[in-house]
Design a protein. Sequence first.
Length: 195
Amino acid sequence: MTKEDPAVRERYGKGSSKHLGDGAPMWNDQLLIARRLVEAGVRVVTVAYGFWDTHGNNFVCLEKYLLPRFDRPFSALLEDLDDRGLLDETVVMVNSEMGRKPKIGDPRSGGVSGQGRDHWTHAQSILLAGGGIRGGQAYGTSDKVGAYPADKPVAPEDVAKTIYHAMGLGNPEAIDSQGRPYRILEEGEPLTELF
C-alpha cells in the first residue's frame, strides 16, 4: 500500500491507520487492496464492509456514517478500475444476506420512536457493475412500500447464474466422488437483459 500513488489513496479516503474490530483493514483500504488484487490477476476477490446495521436510529446511521463511508471508496473503486481498463472485465457486486423492513419500528430499538429497521428477506437490492453489464439501469421493481417484488422477482440462484454468465462459465458442472457429472447449481437463470 505504501507504493500506491498518494492521489489514488486520497481518492479512496483515509483509514489505513484504523482497523475494524477484528483487525481487518478499513473498508477504503480493503477496496484499494481489491483493485490491486484484480490488477494482479486474481479472479475472485471478496471484501466485507464490516458492520452495517440499522436496528436503531436508521436515518442518522445511514446519513452520517454508513452511506458516506461506503460511497467514497466504492465510487473510487469503480473509477479506478475503469481508468485502468479493468472494469469491462471485472464484475463488481454489492449485496447482503437480507434487506430491511419497509416500516420503521424495530422493537429492539424501542419501536417507532427508536427509528430502527429490522431484517426483511422479501425484498432487497443488489448492485452490479462492470463485466459487460450496462450501467444506469434498474432490473425489476418492488411494490409501492418496498415490501415485496412487483415485477421481475430475482432469487439468489439467478444472481449466481448471472455472475457465472459474466465469467463465461455458462452452467458449470463438477464431478462427484463416483465420477458422475452434476451441475453446480440446478436452479436459476442468468439475467441476460443486464448485459
